[in-house]
Design a protein around this ligand. Structure first.
Ligand code: NAI
Length: 466
């Protein structure tokens, strides 16, 4: 019996939860609910795992790792190692990337099956407060969880053709390294692809409407990234909104407001992701919407009793780990475990470019808007042994209220995404500098920089700081 036949045979019964969408939010909800003894139907029109696994976090991070390997080969001489960088074999890179995705996909599929979750293949539509219809069959649930995810947005008059004008999904399947690329949008996706393509040898130009790259981050992080990108010879046009695009013989010609013209082989459109909610029946059933997003309270509940929403369709950070945690939260809420609402500010954020940017909590500007007693401390990675060994530059920046807890941690440098785990404990456990300063950090690690920054913030600086 196929998965679909198995699902159809169960269509008559009422599930505890029908989940619409099997991305990070939806499948995490299904797994946790099944673990708690609830019956679950999980509806998915594409592949289990959704954007993150198939066309988002996982494949892009594989590309970024290949980019790091390329840089290591190129820079090997700095470490006294004789190696030559002969170029990128995109077939090989894609095989590596696809191998990572397919292994994880296989694992996830097996896990979902082993938990007894009923997977329904096809496009679901909300037809009532307790019902989802898939290809003419109705699945009823005591609760419905909307988790339909997001799509790459474009701009008015900017047509994505998948050949010269690409979204990140197209960019993930390119069979060549472009000679040159214009990246429209200096947010997370834009900076990650710019970083990959530059490492692969392309001429890259970033066009960003706002005055700085990764504008949601602390200004110091944006400035450090911009400096690093300039050193890497990535051309930057910030404060430069897109106006129009035309074709040339070999690619695209982009005109910016103010008249600047940039040409390249391809244009990547990375101007944000929109909620995938159109035509899914949400508004018709009475779910309150806001510009395509589903409105929820802090317990992920919509205004319709029994209907929840998680992930990228809910206004806020569009991050896989947020959706994942929201999914777990909803399963526990439905099971009556009364979980604690998620503090959005405590969700870690990482941009996996070279260098990486990572943060949790408030940036300095936001902290100053909220409080009038804000202090900051910046510890330069120049004083961190392991960062010197890796030859990376960057910093740890701490934001706190005077004699109060640390309310923001901002990191720049190679591999700092791996340091955000400790930083998020510091923020979420409302630690003071004095709580962290006596904790022993292994030497030599980059993690040690967090320890030294807190020593300095506690008034006991050991090494260099500013
Ligand atoms: P984004 O919102 O991070 O960045 C889009 C950028 O495009 C903004 O800086 C915006 O000012 C700029 N822009 C918009 N209109 C423009 C115009 N007309 N001209 C020039 N620039 C313009 O969105 P992005 O990078 O597309 O990512 C989408 C979502 O995916 C984000 O919410 C992000 O958090 C998530 N994501 C997260 C990753 C991670 O956590 N490492 C990796 C990739 C995506």
């Amino acid at each position: 019996m196929s998965v679909t036949e198995a699902a159809t045979s169960q269509a008559g019964k009422e599930f505890d939860i029908v989940v619409l969408g099997a991305g990070s939010g939806g499948y995490a909800c299904a797994l946790r609910a099944a673990q708690l003894g609830l019956t679950v139907a999980l509806v998915e029109k594409g592949n289990l795992g959704g954007t993150c696994l198939h066309v988002g976090c996982i494949p892009t991070k594989a590309l970024l790792h290949a980019a790091e390997v390329a840089e290591s080969a190129r820079e090997s001489g700095q470490f006294g190692v004789k190696a030559t960088f002969d170029g990128i074999d995109m077939g090989g890179v894609n095989a590596y990337k696809d191998g990572v995705v397919s292994r994880l996909f296989k694992g996830l599929t097996g896990l979902i099956k082993s938990r007894g979750i009923t997977v329904v293949e096809g496009e679901g539509r909300l037809t009532g407060p307790r019902t989802v219809e898939v290809a003419g069959t109705t699945y009823a649930g005591k609760h419905v969880v909307l988790a339909s995810g997001s799509y790459s947005k474009s701009l008015p008059g900017l047509e994505v053709d998948g050949e010269r004008v690409l979204t990140s999904e197209h960019a993930l399947t390119l069979d060549r390294v472009p000679a040159s690329a214009i990246v429209l949008g200096g947010g997370v996706i834009g900076c990650e692809f710019a970083s990959v393509w530059r490492s692969f040898g392309a001429e890259v130009t970033i066009v960003e409407a706002l005055p700085r790259l990764v504008a949601a981050e602390d200004e110091a992080s944006s400035k450090a990234l911009e400096r690093a990108f300039r050193r890497r010879k990535i051309a930057l046009h910030t404060g430069a909104p897109f106006e129009s695009v035309g074709h040339t013989d070999t690619g695209v010609r982009v005109t910016l407001q103010g008249g600047t013209v940039v040409e390249a082989e391809i244009l990547l459109v990375a101007v944000g992701r929109g909620p995938s909610t159109d035509g899914l029946g949400y508004a018709e059933v009475g779910v309150e919407m806001d510009r395509g997003f589903v409105k929820t309270d802090e317990r992920c509940r919509t205004n319709v009793d029994g209907v929840y929403a998680v992930g990228d369709i809910v206004p806020g950070l569009q991050l896989a780990h947020r959706g994942f945690q929201q999914g777990i939260f909803v399963a526990e809420d439905i099971a009556g475990l009364d979980p604690q609402p998620i503090d959005e500010t405590g969700i870690p954020r990482v941009t996996y470019s070279d260098p990486e940017i990572a943060s949790v909590g408030l940036n300095e500007d936001r902290a100053r808007e909220l409080y009038d007693d804000v202090e900051t401390l910046t510890y330069d990675l120049g004083g961190n042994g392991k960062s010197q060994i890796l030859k990376t530059q960057g910093f740890v920046k701490l934001v706190r209220r005077a004699d109060g807890p640390v309310v923001g941690v901002h990191l720049v440098g190679a591999r700092v995404g791996e340091l955000i785990g400790e930083a998020q404990l510091i923020y979420n456990w409302e630690a003071h500098a004095d709580d962290v300063a006596p904790l022993v950090h292994a030497h030599p690690t980059q993690n040690e920089a967090l320890g030294e920054a807190h020593l300095a913030l506690a008034g006991k600086p050991l090494h260099a700081h500013s």
